[in-house]
Every structure is written in C-alpha cells, then in structure tokens.
Design a binder for this molecule. Structure first.
Ligand SMILES: [Zn+2]
Length: 259
C-alpha cells in the first residue's frame, strides 16, 4: 500500500496498533558515471514496497527525495539538505503520523550519508513520542549485511558506492537507467587502517570523507561484478530481511507513558 495513493477515508480505516508505516529515505547524489542520481531513494522505496507487499498491513510513505550528501557536492547533480533540514522534515512527517494515531513507524534508509542522522532521529523521536508510538530506523543494506556478504563476489572495497551491490540492484529495479558501459572500477585507499569504504565494513571512527578525494569518478567499488541476476538475488535477500524485521517490529511492546 502506498500512502499517496490511498484516500483519507482509507487511511482512517487502518488498524492503528497493527499497521506499520514505512518512511523511506535516500539521496539525490552522484552515483558514478553509470547510475542515476536518485539511486538511493529509488532503491529504498523499491525495497520498502516489496517488503510491505510481502508483509501485509504495511503502508509505504512517499519518500522525501533528498538526503544529507555534503560529501558528494564536488560532483554535478548532487543535492544536499542541511542536516537540520532533514531532521526537521522527518520530525514533522513522523509527528503527523503520530497525530493520526499510528503507533509503529519505521524509517528505511538507503544512503550511508544519512546514517548519523537516522541515529539521532530514532533517539529523539523515540523520546518525543514515547508512550504513543514505537519508532525504529534502519539502513536496509546494513540490516541485510550477512545475506549480502554471502552473495557478493567482489573483495573488500568492491562494495561502497555505485558498486557491485548498488549497480546490480538498479539493474534489477530500473535496468533502463543503468549505463553499464560507462561504469568504472575503483578500490579507494581510505588512508588509514582504521578506515574502510566497504558498504559492509564496520569502523569505529567517525569522520567526514569527501568522495572527490576517494575516487575520480565518484564510484567506490567494483561494478564489473554487477549483473541483473545478482541484483535479483540481492533484492530478494534484502526484502526477506526487511519483511522479517517488520514482522518482529509489529510485536514490539508500546510502553505506557510515565509522567
Ligand atoms: Zn547509493
């Protein structure tokens, strides 16, 4: 179910405690020479819709297209919100949902640059709406890290940005938008053993990394390993993980507010 396609009366009739409302988040930013600027938002929305369909009783909100993309601004076409703009935007959307009585709200993020902000949003919104709603936030490829790791063919560094994973996913979801002949491989040197550019890599250090310093094309990783078949497998794995989380989230207790 897509929020923007329903009527007000149809929204009014939804069972408040059971329904999970998903807000997808992404970005409009460079994705190498071969993927569209809207990759992250398109993928977050597609994964959310597929998981919602598999789950039932789940509504997907229209995503705000833009995210926090300051680290991509050296590349034409990238658009960034200020961090506080994105926070305010999501706060207002979630407050509206809570006002309409929805009790289970899930932010599904598809852009690494939003990670710090969804952490803040989960904490602050969870506190603001404590007792009224549970609010959770996740980055879908982190949720599905293990499953993606089993399917990947590239070595560490091959999945980062416009990489084996993202290229395959767009080849599955919007194949007509992929200019695969323009794809270039780049295994960037992050500059320290404490840092990684891999999508599935974990690092303790938080920092600002300008993508123009990491890669001449903006690609981090190895789109040479991408294929529509891999995209189909990645998409199925990610959707299954998200649907499993939705089922769990639907059962979470909503504590009473204590004054
Ligand atoms: Zn991306």
């Amino acid at each position: 179910m897509r929020w923007e396609e329903l009527t007000s009366a149809e929204i009014g009739a939804l069972e408040r405690d059971r329904t999970v409302v998903i807000l997808p988040l992404g970005s409009v930013e460079q994705h190498g020479n071969h993927l569209p600027l809207g990759t992250d938002t398109m993928l977050a929305e597609a994964v959310s819709r597929a998981a919602a369909e598999a789950s039932g009783d789940t509504v997907v909100m229209p995503p705000p297209w833009y995210g926090f993309s300051a680290h991509h601004m050296r590349f034409p076409g990238s658009i960034t919100l200020r961090a506080e703009t994105l926070l305010a935007l999501v706060e207002d959307v979630v407050a509206s949902l809570v006002r309409h009585g929805f009790r289970r709200i899930l932010i599904v993020n598809g852009h690494g640059g939003n990670n710090g902000l969804i952490d803040v949003l989960a904490s602050t919104l969870g506190n603001t709406h404590y007792g009224a709603a549970r609010i959770a936030a996740l980055t879908y490829f982190t949720l599905a890290r293990e499953a993606i790791g089993k399917l990947r063919k590239s070595k560490p560094g091959g999945m980062g940005h416009a990489c084996e994973f993202e290229t395959s996913m767009v080849q599955h979801v919007r194949p007509e938008l992929v200019k695969i002949a323009q794809a270039e491989t780049c295994y960037p040197d992050p500059g320290s053993r404490y840092l990684t550019t891999d999508l599935l890599g974990a690092q303790a250090i938080r920092l600002y990394h300008d993508f123009g310093d990491l890669s001449p094309t903006g690609t981090l990783g190895d789109p040479a390993f991408a294929s529509p078949e891999a995209g189909k497998a990645f998409f199925a794995a990610v959707t299954a993980e998200l649907a499993a989380f939705i089922a769990d989230f639907r059962g979470w207790t909503i504590p009473e507010r204590h004054s």
